[in-house]
Design a protein. Structure first.
Length: 304
């Protein structure tokens, strides 16, 4: 078993040969996809502290970025060498990082979590290069409870919170352009590659909206559709690279693959590994990686 606690996020490298996993056990691990599940599959690992690591993403040039409870983004080279951390020098009263996201043009990174002492959630945004420690950092109080998911868009980024709301913020000046209450804590959220759809998970229900381009300071979510099938909370959702499929991981111990156009379930996987937490597509869209709350990492073949 790769980890000893909840695997909080997974990320494929741009070429699809490596899979990174981060966990509440404090480890960052990178696996050779072709050998996952066999001895010697780990390319490298760093950590081993009690400090939880909550999220990871690869940059287009293959650097791995992680974020966790120390409130900093850490950038890792392909061999596991830590290149730098952001912010640097440290800022005061940093939130725990639960999630972060890059802008499509690579000019910005936004990250957020919760400032525990204040009971509120903050988002931080850098400009002029997302991984430049000297870039200016802008801080914005965004929610009244933890930010648990963020989604990047050409014009801005979405935040989803345990305060039962979502909001859209403009990259350039962090102006809030949309805010909407939801029926429950927002755990999962995803936008399709074209940036025209937004899927939001609340409990066992996934609701998909069409999202309109910003107009007069607002983004509108219209024409909602319901995706029903899970019997417990959906923890994570993601669109395939071609936008035709959507995958979801749930506490009901299943991974489901949905046809976006019809809203129907194409396939249901039951790995028998307990409650599931994360799901992500490989760059070719033919492999799906998932994680469990018990520390497992697995791969599902969609090419059959």
């Amino acid at each position: 078993m790769p980890h000893t606690a909840n695997v909080t996020a997974l990320a494929f490298s741009p070429d699809g040969t490596s899979l990174a996993s981060v966990s509440e056990d404090g480890w960052v691990k990178v696996w050779e996809v072709a050998r996952l599940g066999s001895a010697g599959a780990a390319r490298w690992k760093r950590g081993g502290t009690r400090e939880m690591i909550n999220h990871c993403l690869y940059t287009p040039d293959g650097a791995l970025v992680t974020g966790g409870m120390d409130g900093r983004l850490k950038v890792w080279a392909g061999d596991g060498t830590q290149l730098r951390q952001i912010p640097e020098p440290p800022l005061d009263n940093l939130p725990n990082i639960y999630v972060f996201v890059f802008s499509p043009d690579g000019r910005h990174v936004a990250w957020g979590g919760q400032v525990t002492y204040a009971g509120t959630a903050d988002a931080f945004v850098t400009t002029l290069g997302p991984l430049d420690p000297s870039a200016p950092i802008h801080r914005k109080t965004t929610h009244t409870n933890a930010i648990r998911i963020m989604v990047g868009h050409r014009d801005g980024f979405w935040t989803g919170s345990f305060d039962k709301s979502i909001a859209f913020w403009r990259w350039e000046d962090q102006t809030r352009m949309c805010s909407q209450s939801r029926l429950g804590a927002v755990r999962g959220m995803a936008t399709d590659p074209a940036g025209t759809l937004l899927a939001i998970a609340g409990g066992g229900l996934i609701t998909m909206h069409e999202q309109t381009p910003p107009d007069a300071g607002r983004v509108k979510l219209v024409n909602p559709r319901k995706f029903r099938g899970h019997t417990k909370a959906v923890e994570c959702i993601e669109f395939s690279p071609d936008g035709r499929r959507m995958a979801s991981a749930s506490l009901d111990r299943t991974v489901r693959v949905w046809d976006v156009a019809s809203g129907e379930v194409e396939r249901t996987f039951t790995p028998r590994l307990g409650p599931l937490h994360w799901v992500t597509f490989a760059p070719d869209g033919l492999t799906l990686a998932f994680s469990s709350r018990r520390g497992h990492v697995g791969l599902l073949d969609l090419d059959d």
